[in-house]
Design a binder for this molecule. Structure first.
Ligand code: MN
Ligand code: MN
Length: 470
């Protein structure tokens, strides 16, 4: 072939040989963008209704029961299309739709987490100081502390009284309810703080919640500011100070989920990480009819502190749930696990032009390019990474493409810039094939994170395609 001929065909040649660079919104078309918009409304309602792992489990149980899911009974034999769930202590949940082949050729799992970075109360939180009532806290997960001051906070959680009775609390979410905040020093007097390194400027012990400013109305007695708050808590919840020892109270941003941008293409909210993957996974299994292989969704707790504890995925409950599914069909759990696969559905970093230096632009995920796939996570030389096999990634790729799912591949950021991990490791330990997929996020772990509506919808379509694949 003469050189001139080659040149003539360069457009065609590029189309065949080079990666398709058509933008996500163009690929989705007007119809796809409308569907994403509609899906985002459901997601925003979930964000506002479920800000903690407990609230996410409650939401999931209600939604699942509406679709005919029933509590899993390991002693029963299930039929294709049967829908079951296992509620682990109200903080994590596994849901399954039994496939036509049951678990005989392995199960298909999508795992996401429903805990988010937040500010927890200490066991003895309440104190008064210089005519204010305050609450001592211990932050949960990886936060930049300065971001959590001077914003409105709401209170969520559970208190167990001495007699064993339980109280669920949620204050500061409904219009008209009081909210809370952590104070910061005014710039006028901020000389000492401003001279410090950002990492030292705010300490964990500075994150004290402003709880009140009025003393109990009395001429006598001490600690009247503290007493006044305790009296209000006693009137409202019937608790005494000691009951706060057996409590899990979290303060989270009181913001509601909103559209971001003149084009309303994005959603700003607290706790996208990782409810932005949990919700699409939940919706995917709720809409799942009778797949070939049994489909499983696990919404886990404690990912933000290392997946520890009996509700985190380093615990064995997912392993046992799948083992019970296997045994109810007379199958070897070990064999079923070795044939199973898992989408570890967790957020990834979206390329942020303001902080471009932290990313490698060619291998980053971008807003609106669809669900992000990551072969590996980890830090330094891929340390602490699952590193999915080329074979499994190849299969996932073909499943997404066949179903018309818009997706992208990317790493978290520049090599040696930092790193992160997901529950992929915990599931891969069970001898299943695992890959990380998820929604790219701007301002990850900040009290207010941003995602694109199209990417959320594509994550739903991606999980759905995975469940429905032959
Ligand atoms: Mn996450
Ligand atoms: Mn996280």
């Amino acid at each position: 072939m003469a050189r001139g001929q080659e040149k003539k065909n360069v457009k065609k040649l590029s189309e065949v040989l080079l990666r398709d660079k058509t933008s996500g919104p163009k690929k989705a078309g007007e119809k796809g963008m409308k569907k994403a918009e509609k899906f985002a409304e459901g997601y925003k309602a979930f964000l506002n209704a479920a800000k903690t792992e407990r609230e996410s489990v409650d939401f999931s149980v209600k939604a699942a029961e509406k679709q005919g899911f029933v509590p899993f009974d390991p002693n029963r034999h299930y039929q294709p299309g049967d829908k079951v769930y296992y509620n682990n202590r109200g903080k994590a949940i596994c849901l399954a739709v039994i496939g036509k082949k049951g678990a005989s050729e392995g199960v298909r799992i999508a795992a996401a987490h429903i805990d988010n970075p937040r500010i927890d109360l200490k066991p003895i939180p309440l104190y008064e100081s210089n005519e204010l009532a305050l609450l001592k806290t211990h932050y949960y997960g990886g936060i930049k502390k300065y971001q959590w001051t001077a914003i409105p906070l709401s209170m969520h959680g559970k208190i167990v009284r001495k007699d064993g009775s339980e109280i669920t609390v949620c204050l500061g979410e409904k219009p008209g309810e009081p909210q809370f905040t952590i104070t910061d020093i005014l710039p006028h007097l901020g000389k000492d703080q401003m001279a410090k390194k950002l990492s030292d400027a705010f300490t964990g012990e500075d994150l004290n919640i402003l709880a009140g400013s009025l003393p109990y109305d009395s001429e006598e007695g001490a600690d009247l500011y503290k007493l006044n708050i305790m009296k209000i808590l006693n009137d409202r919840y019937g608790i005494v100070e000691e009951d706060l020892i057996s409590a899990e109270i979290s303060f989270v941003p009181a913001f509601q989920a909103v559209d971001i941008g003149f084009d309303r293409s994005m959603i700003g909210a607290y706790g996208h990480d990782d409810r932005v993957c949990a919700y699409p996974a939940l919706e995917a299994i709720l809409s799942c009819k009778a797949p070939e292989k049994t489909a499983v969704v696990c919404l886990a707790d404690k990912e933000e502190i290392g997946s520890v504890g009996n509700t985190g995925l380093a615990s064995e409950y997912l392993r046992y749930f799948v083992a019970d599914l296997a045994e109810s069909e007379g199958l070897s759990p070990r064999r079923v696990w070795s044939l199973s696969s898992c989408l570890s559905a967790d957020v990834t970093a979206a390329f942020d032009p303001t902080y471009a230096g932290a990313y490698e632009p060619q291998n980053s995920c971008y807003l609106n390019r669809g669900v992000g796939v990551a072969k590996y996570t980890g830090s330094r030389g891929k340390s602490g990474s699952n590193d999915a096999s080329a074979e499994f990634l190849g299969w996932v790729r073909s499943v997404l493409d066949k179903a018309g799912v818009i997706w992208q591949i990317g790493e978290l950021g520049k090599v040696d810039q930092g790193g992160g991990g997901t529950v992929a490791l915990d599931v891969s330990r069970l001898n299943a094939d695992v890959i990380d997929i998820g929604v790219p996020v701007l301002s990850m772990h900040a009290p207010f994170e941003v995602v694109s509506k199209l990417d959320v919808y594509m994550t739903y379509l991606g999980v759905k395609a995975y469940f429905e694949a032959k």
